[in-house]
Design a binder for this molecule. Structure first.
Ligand code: NAD
Length: 496
C-alpha cells in the first residue's frame, strides 16, 4: 500500500488524478503533445500523483479564439442568466466538496483541515457573492449634467487573461475569474505548472454545470511560453496577474507594450506591530497561525513581528510555545496542522534565507529544521522558525514564503511605523493593542492595502483585498469594485 492509499484518497479524487489531464479549450480536453507533460508530485511524499500535458502556442491561440467567439453570446446574456450558471458551478463544487478539498491538499501539500475549513467553502462563497452582486448592481450610471442627457454605460471587456501562482490555486482562481465571468467576460487561465489540478477540476465541473463552449478556457504550461504569450495576445482585452513582484513587473511591461489594461496582485512581507498593552495570548495565537497556515506560503502573512521592547520576552515565550505545538504531517491526515513546503525549490529557498539571515547576525530563537514525519520521509517538510535581530537583516526585508518570522523590537509608535515602512511591500499588516484609539490610528497610518486590528488574515466578501507599491496595483479582489473593474466604462451623451 502506498502512502496515498494509507491516507484514504477517495475513488473520485483518484479517478480524476488518473484521467488524461491537459488544457481545457472550448469545452474539450487538449493534449497537443502527450510527451510534453508536467509531472505533478505529492510534496508530502514526492510520489507522482498526476501527469498534465502542457499546452503550446497553438493551444493558447485556440483558447483565446474560443473565448473571443464565446464572448458575443455570453456578454449579451442578462446578468441574472449568467448568475444561474455561476450558482450551478457553486452547487457542483458543494456536491464535490471532499474531492476538490483532497485534490487541493494533495497538490499543494495543504492541511486538509484548512482546505475543508477555509479554501473550498470560501471559494464557493465567492461564486455566490459575485453572481448575486452582478444581478443587483446597475451597469449604467445616469449623469446629472446641465442641458444634457448623459450616462456612463458599462460593458464587459471581452477576453480576459489570468496568470496564477501555486500557493492558493483554487481560491485565487475563483477570486480572479468569477467577477470577470459575472460581468460578461470570457476567460483564458494559465495556472501554475506546479499546482494546476484544482483549476482543471473546476473546469471539468464548469463543463458539467453547462457553461457554454469557450467561456472558460485553461491552458497549462510554463510562464515563459504560455503566460508571456497570453499577456501580449492581441485578442486579450484585460489581464490579471497574481504572483511575485519580479514577474509582475515583466507582465506589467508586456501589457503596457500591448496596451492591455492589467492588474497585478503581487508579493508581500507583512508586518505585525505588537504593543505592550496588547492581549499577548491573542497576538501569539494569531501570528503563529499566520506563519504556519499553508506552511507560511501566503502572500499576506505577517513575517515581520515588531514588538514593543517591554513585552518582547513574554510574547516570544508565548509564541514559541504555540509554534512548537503545531502538528506537522501529511496534508491529508485529519490531525495535521501544517503540511510540507509545496516544492523542493521552495524548501531550499527558505533554508537559504535562514542561513543567510543567521550569517548576517540574526539570532535563531527557534531554528527551522528539515523534518521527516513518519510515512513522509522524502517530503519537503520543515519546522517553523523565529529569528530575531535588527531590521537590516535580509530575513526582515525580503519575502521568504515559508513558516518563518523575524522579530525585532521598538520603543515607541513612531519607531514601529518607521520599521514597517522601511521596505516597500504593502500588502497586509496588523496592529495588536487593547487601546483601540491607538490601534485605529496606527492602522490608518500604515501604507498598505490591508491593515488589520487584533487579528491577522481577515477576509470577507465586500472587504476589498489588494496591494500597493511592490505588492501590486490595479484594483484588488473580493468587492463590488472588483466587479466594476471587469466592466469598461464608456459614456453616452445627448445635448438637450
Ligand atoms: P511567480 O511570479 O514565479 O509565478 C506566478 C505565475 O506566473 C506562474 O503561473 C508562472 O508560470 C507565471 N509566469 C512566470 N514567468 C512569467 C512570464 N514571464 N510571463 C507570464 N507568466 C509568467 O510566483 P509564484 O512563485 O508562483 O507564487 C509566489 C508569489 O506569488 C509570491 O511572491 C506571493 O506573495 C505571490 N502571491 C500574491 C498574491 C496576492 O494576492 N497578492 C496571492 C498569492 C501569491
Amino acid at each position: 500500500m502506498n502512502t496515498l492509499e494509507a491516507m484514504h484518497l477517495s475513488e473520485a479524487s483518484q479517478a480524476f488524478l488518473d484521467s488524461e489531464l491537459g488544457s481545457f479549450v472550448n469545452n474539450e480536453w487538449v493534449r497537443p503533445d502527450a510527451e510534453s507533460v508536467s509531472v505533478i508530485q505529492d510534496p508530502c511524499t514526492t510520489e507522482v500523483i498526476a501527469r498534465v500535458a502542457k499546452g503550446n502556442q497553438s493551444t493558447l491561440n485556440e483558447a483565446v479564439e474560443a473565448a473571443h467567439l464565446a464572448f458575443n453570446d455570453w456578454s449579451r446574456l442578462p446578468a441574472v442568466e449568467r448568475a444561474v450558471y455561476l450558482h450551478r458551478l457553486a452547487d457542483a463544487l458543494e456536491r464535490n466538496f471532499d474531492t476538490i478539498a483532497e485534490i487541493e491538499s494533495l497538490d499543494v501539500g495543504k492541511a486538509i483541515v484548512n482546505t475543508k475549513g477555509f479554501d473550498i467553502p470560501f471559494g464557493v462563497d465567492c461564486i455566490r457573492y459575485f453572481a448575486d452582486l452582478a444581478t443587483a448592481l446597475p451597469a449604467d450610471t445616469p449623469l446629472a449634467i446641465k442641458n444634457m442627457e448623459a450616462k456612463i454605460h458599462r460593458v464587459p471587456y471581452g477576453v480576459c487573461g489570468f496568470v496564477f501562482p501555486w500557493n492558493f490555486p483554487y481560491n485565487l482562481l475563483l477570486w480572479g475569474i468569477i467577477p470577470a465571468l459575472a460581468a460578461g467576460n470570457t476567460v483564458v487561465i494559465k495556472p501554475a505548472e506546479l499546482t494546476p489540478l484544482s483549476t482543471l477540476f473546476v473546469a471539468k465541473l464548469a463543463q458539467e454545470a453547462g457553461f457554454p463552449k469557450g467561456v472558460i478556457n485553461v491552458v497549462t504550461g510554463s510562464g515563459s511560453v504560455i503566460g508571456s504569450a497570453l499577456c501580449s495576445h492581441p485578442k486579450v482585452k484585460r489581464m490579471s496577474f497574481t504572483g511575485s513582484s519580479e514577474v509582475g513587473k515583466q507582465i506589467g511591461e508586456a501589457c503596457g507594450r500591448a496596451l492591455i489594461p492589467c492588474k497585478l496582485e503581487l508579493g508581500g512581507k507583512g508586518a505585525a506591530i505588537v504593543f505592550e498593552d496588547a492581549d499577548l495570548d491573542l497576538a501569539a495565537e494569531q501570528l503563529s497561525a499566520a506563519i504556519t497556515f499553508n506552511t507560511g506560503q501566503v502572500c499576506c502573512t505577517a513575517t515581520r513581528w515588531i514588538v514593543q521592547e517591554s513585552v518582547a520576552d513574554t510574547f516570544t515565550e508565548k509564541v514559541v510555545a504555540k509554534l512548537k505545538a503545531v502538528k506537522i504531517g501529511h496534508g491529508l491526515a485529519a490531525d495535521t496542522g501544517m503540511g510540507p513546503m509545496a516544492s523542493e525549490k521552495q524548501l531550499n529557498t527558505v533554508i537559504d534565507y535562514l542561513e543567510t539571515g543567521k550569517a548576517q547576525g540574526a539570532k535563531a530563537i527557534l531554528d527551522g529544521e528539515r523534518l521527516q514525519p513518519s510515512g513522509c520521509e522524502k517530503g519537503y517538510f520543515m519546522s517553523p522558525s523565529l529569528l530575531s535581530g535588527d531590521s537590516s537583516n535580509i530575513c526582515f526585508k525580503e519575502e521568504i514564503f515559508g513558516p518563518s518570522a523575524y522579530l525585532t523590537t521598538f520603543k515607541d509608535e513612531e519607531e514601529a511605523l518607521a520599521q514597517v515602512h522601511s521596505i516597500d511591500y504593502g500588502l497586509a499588516n496588523s496592529v495588536f493593542s487593547e487601546d483601540l484609539d491607538k490601534a485605529r490610528r496606527v492602522a490608518d497610518r500604515m501604507i498598505c492595502g490591508n491593515n488589520w486590528i487584533n487579528a491577522h488574515n481577515v477576509f470577507a466578501y465586500g472587504l476589498p483585498y489588494g496591494g500597493v507599491n511592490l505588492s501590486g496595483l490595479g484594483g484588488g479582489v473580493n468587492s463590488p469594485e472588483t466587479y466594476y473593474d471587469y466592466l469598461r466604462p464608456q459614456t453616452v451623451a445627448r445635448p438637450l
